[in-house]
Design a protein around this ligand. Structure first.
Ligand code: HXC
Length: 514
């Protein structure tokens, strides 16, 4: 028996070495951790249970039968994060560049199946040269097997992808289907075709970093939700993100212990809205005052900055926040802001995370650029996402709620449960000046002093609509509240809505305007 046990120990040792000491050294020299080190930092100490450590590839082309590494370039298994079960795969770049073989794909699929069957989050730590070139179409099939499972699991269990190395070709589509992507600055990149193909096809000269690095995807494309300074930061972000989520769509996020002395009024909020309605302010100040201390985790921070989305806690409970950002493009809704917020709303709705909307929006962004790129279809995504969401939904109108954006931003008409307005709210079809110019056009143009007339009519319109009271008279706003009492109101209202049950009409699935 001793011999047999020592054989097992030798095999485990070999598997732990991955592609060998020299390749591990090379991985470290690039500032990257190994697949196993990443798992070590991600999971609670001693909780990792590996599955398929001794799996090897079956390829015999190009002399591959002589080069086999136990585990075949991916470490898979399950463990705990803060005591909660998660499933993990971590690609090992030291083995054939972490490339995906038939068996590598089978290992990932096995834990995906377990994650789905047992209702726990799936975390992918990606570091791969893509399809195992020596295996050809078998590898492509393996990718498709993973994509299919990503889709089946979508909305059932949270799926998170950390990109910690190359991720190219069709391989990018697995992370793209998952709920959140985190990229590490300078050592990770994602693109469908790399710089050399780009140069051949479009004659553009571009580096990997510029084409598909973390900064690019965090700011230009919005492909990644987080750009992290290093791998440990990415791993810590994964843990923090998970803390806001339940294990699966049948559960609610766990509530944290909460000190109710934080319930008090927030006098700072009475001062936050500037006297001049056209002056910007940072909506994050409002978010910080409303949420539990230091609880806000912003998602997509550097993309479509005219809308702020993220998770926070209110009296210990997870909420998703969607807030127009007057400090950037006056908080206007454009294509990118609409799709960013729509995706976030749908995530929250999938996983029973109540939604809080903070509204200060002058409308949709006008112009040929937006119209020709489809602001109609893209703005409709946000409208659709809010309308189909069945989680508790509360809106606070801080200042402007103009035009179609009033309807879209979680208005009562599309199913919000409670709508509050601050006394500074202006709820109208458009701003007073624009409105006066249209409805009093003749009167203004024929006036002895058109500018004076315009001002008079502008003031008339503003007097009627630049306030929350018309909407409150109709019940479109449930209550006009002092800003400082908003947090307390929200805590009570979300508690009141805790057992909300709404069933949308039975259907196969809706047809969101993609
Ligand atoms: C097999 C691979 C590999 C691959 C890398 N390796 N990519 N082996 N299949 N796809 C191996 C290398 O031979 C090398 O082996 C080791 O991994 C490390 O690679 P290096 O090139 O030395 O590392 P580095 O300089 O860091 O470059 C990393 C890289 C480069 C940028 C990823 O290796 C590369 O461009 N690889 C090919 C990428 C690619 O074209 N993949 C296919 C994409 S298409 P040794 O033995 O020397 O350590 C695709 C389609 C998916 O993936 C479609 C899904 C639908």
């Amino acid at each position: 028996m001793d011999n047999k046990i020592s054989l097992l120990q030798d095999k485990i040792k070999e598997a732990h070495l991955g592609g060998g000491a020299a390749r591990i050294e090379s991985q470290h020299s690039k500032g990257k951790l190994t697949a196993r080190e990443r798992i070590h930092f991600l999971l609670d100490e001693g909780s990792f249970e590996e599955i398929g450590m001794l799996v090897t590839h079956r390829s015999t082309d190009f002399g591959m039968e002589t080069e086999k590494y136990p585990g075949d370039g991916v470490v898979t298994g399950y463990g705990n994060i803060n005591g909660r079960l998660v499933y993990v795969f971590s690609q090992d770049f030291t083995v054939f560049g972490g490339s995906l073989s038939e068996t590598h794909a089978e290992k990932i699929c096995k834990i995906m199946d377990l994650a789905l069957q047992n209702g726990a989050p799936l975390i992918g730590l990606n570091d791969s040269g893509g399809a195992r070139i020596q295996e050809g179409v078998v590898s492509l099939g393996g990718y498709a097997d993973i994509f299919y499972r990503n889709v089946q699991a979508s909305g059932v269990i949270p799926q998170l992808s950390a990109i910690m190395g190359p991720c190219a070709g069709g391989a990018v589509y697995s992370p793209a289907i998952t709920d959140f992507i985190l990229m590490v600055e300078h050592t990770s990149y994602m693109f469908v075709t790399g710089p050399s193909v780009v140069k051949t096809v479009t004659h553009e000269e571009v580096s990997s970093e510029e084409l598909g690095g973390a900064f690019t995807h965090a700011t230009k494309s919005g492909v990644t939700h987080f750009a992290c300074a290093n791998e440990l930061e990415a791993i810590n972000h994964v843990k923090r993100l998970l803390s806001f989520m339940p294990q699966n769509c049948e559960e609610r996020p766990a509530a944290l212990a909460y000190d109710s002395s934080q319930d008090e009024n927030r006098p700072l909020l009475d001062q936050v809205i500037p006297e001049n309605a056209n002056q910007p302010y940072d909506v994050r100040t409002v978010i910080e005052q409303l949420g539990d201390e230091d609880s806000f985790l912003e998602v997509h921070k550097d993309y479509a900055e005219n809308i702020v989305v993220g998770f926070a806690r209110l009296a210990g409970r997870s909420i998703g926040i969607v807030a127009n950002q007057p400090a950037y493009l006056a908080g206007v809704l454009d294509i990118n802001a609409s799709t960013k917020a729509a995706r976030f709303v749908r995530f929250c709705d999938c996983f029973n995370i109540p939604l809080l909307v903070l509204e200060d929006v002058p409308g949709f962004l006008p112009g040929t650029d937006q119209e020709w790129q489809g602001i109609i279809t893209n703005g409709a995504k946000l409208l659709y996402a809010f309308s189909e969401a069945t989680v508790p939904r509360i809106t606070v109108i801080l200042r402007k709620a103009y035009g179609g954006a009033y309807d879209v931003m979680n208005s009562k008409h599309i199913g919000a449960d409670m709508n509050y307005a601050w006394p500074s709210a202006e709820i109208a079809v458009m701003g007073a000046k624009g409105a006066a110019e249209i409805i009093f056009k003749k009167e203004i143009s024929t006036a002895a002093n058109p500018a004076e007339k315009l001002l008079e009519k502008e003031q008339l319109y503003a007097g009627i609509f630049a306030n929350p009271y018309r909407a409150a008279e109709r019940g479109f706003v449930d209550e006009v509240i002092r800003p400082s009492e908003t947090r307390v109101k929200l805590i009570k209202a979300f508690r009141m809505l805790e057992n909300k049950v709404v069933n949308n009409p039975r259907k196969k699935h809706g047809n969101i305007p993609l």
